[in-house]
Design a protein around this ligand. Structure first.
Ligand code: FAS
Ligand code: PHB
Length: 389
């Protein structure tokens, strides 16, 4: 088989890139290791930047997002049993949209179906070859049969555990990592959200986050020690802990119910440089991971897709290789700024036992300063709504 762009990974970045390239009449094949149901079964991000929404609209998948997404002009930040509202709109004239990554992925799959996109699920042992030549190719197994795709470019949209980043020689890769000493236990419940906007809560017992998917589907998280397992957390224990960490007024309003999904995510900051090698390009989690505190992971994958789409269009439509040559530098500039913000949000809102009482007081002072400083609020707001592409 031959195609122009072979995309490894059928998550949000692979599907979005494939859709945008199709719109420019650039032929692609997507190789996805899992089934479509497995990909759609993942519960992940929930907050979309305006830039992400524009990219989804450009890709022709903005309709449901517009009718079912929740526009949020601000968020609540809680500390010391007290909460205040941070007004994104007042400081940036921008907002964010709450719309689950699962729905984004579903919309993208439906759009790809309409274009007759070639998405090969259950593709095993995917491996890029000859990416430093002008004739790269990718091999893979499907139903036990070996296959090969010849292409012009290979794009690694295969996430943190994918094969693409590992295909760049370790001698050429520089990896930067911070692993946080805690995780997030997330619960999805068919209950009305406790608040019409998100609540990010700092507490000496640990961080908590109140989010949502729609008016009867809520998403909550509590920080947990790395030693904990999902089975250690009954619904009752989860709701009790969440109530202890959010302000009393919110806790009194909280409507609890059975969890329909419960999962643990470990938190890390990770960036692998460069994001390209020859004709292999990395996108999204294949190259970088941010702690979900700043709601940046999915949004960064989308800005990577933006830069790479523009570069591939310049190559194919104008014969201009320059944007492809500078893709990694351009994408990493935005990745590092978002990684800094996600690290700052995580460091300020989570409990670090090793930092003791002094560390907790410093966090509370930071948040008290944030509450009273328009300058500090503007700085947080412009990072949260998304820095320019
Ligand atoms: P993805 O990991 O989504 O997709 C990669 C795809 O490649 C997968 O479908 C995988 O099956 C496939 N693949 C992997 N290896 C392959 C191989 N060898 N061959 C073929 N296919 C292969 N971000 C937020 O903004 N907010 C959040 O709250 C948030 N929560 C998260 C919770 C968890 C548990 C995780 C893991 C991530 C979370 N993220 C969050 C980040 C997440 O949303 C990612 O940023 C987003 O999925 C990135 O999309 P992709 O780059 O497409 O990678
Ligand atoms: C979510 O709704 O899943 C969510 C929202 C904001 C975050 C992280 C996760 O920072």
């Amino acid at each position: 088989m031959r195609t122009q762009v072979c995309i490894i990974g059928g998550g949000p970045s692979g599907l979005l890139l494939g859709q945008l390239l199709h719109q420019a009449n650039i032929d692609t094949v997507i190789l996805e290791r899992q089934s479509r149901e497995h990909v759609l079964g993942r519960i992940r991000a929930g907050v979309l930047e305006e830039g992400t929404c524009r990219m989804l609209e450009r890709a022709g998948v903005g309709d449901r997002l517009k009718t079912e997404g929740f526009i949020h002009d601000g968020t609540m930040i809680a500390s010391n049993g007290h909460q205040f509202r941070l007004d994104f709109k007042a400081h940036t004239q921008k907002h964010v949209t709450v719309y689950g990554q699962t729905e984004v992925t579903r919309d993208l799959y439906e759009a790809r179906d309409q274009t007759g996109a070639k998405i090969l699920h259950h593709a095993q042992d995917v491996l890029p070859h000859d990416v430093t030549l002008n004739t790269p190719y990718v091999t893979y197994k499907l139903k036990g049969q070996n296959h090969r795709i010849d292409c012009d470019f290979v794009i690694g949209c295969d996430g943190f555990h994918g094969i693409s980043r590992q295909s760049i020689p370790s001698t050429l890769r520089k990896e930067f990592e911070r692993i946080y000493p805690f995780g997030w236990l997330g619960v999805l419940s068919e209950t009305p959200p406790v608040s019409h906007e998100l609540i990010y809560a700092n507490h000496p017992r640990g961080f908590a986050l109140c989010s949502m998917r729609n008016e009867n589907l809520s998403r909550y998280y509590v920080q947990t020690p790395l030693s904990e397992r999902v089975d250690d957390w009954s619904d009752a224990r989860f709701w009790d802990e969440l109530k202890r960490r959010i302000p009393e007024a919110a806790a009194d309003q909280l409507i609890t119910g059975p969890s329909i999904e419960k999962s643990l995510a470990r938190l890390r900051s990770f960036i692998s440089e460069p994001m390209q090698w020859g004709r292999l390009f990395l996108v999204g989690d294949a190259s970088h991971i941010v702690p979900p505190t700043g709601a940046k992971g999915l949004n960064l994958a989308v800005s990577d897709v933006h830069y790479l789409t523009e570069a591939l269009l310049q190559h194919y439509q104008e014969g201009d290789p320059n944007a492809l040559e500078t893709y990694s530098k351009k994408a990493l500039a935005r990745v590092w700024k978002a990684s800094r913000f996600s690290w700052w949000m995580t460091s300020t809102l989570h409990h670090f036992p090793e930092h003791g009482g002094f560390g907790q007081k410093i966090q509370e002072a930071e948040l008290a300063y944030l509450e009273q400083s328009p300058a500090a609020q503007k700085a947080l707001a412009e990072n949260y709504v998304g820095l320019p592409y």
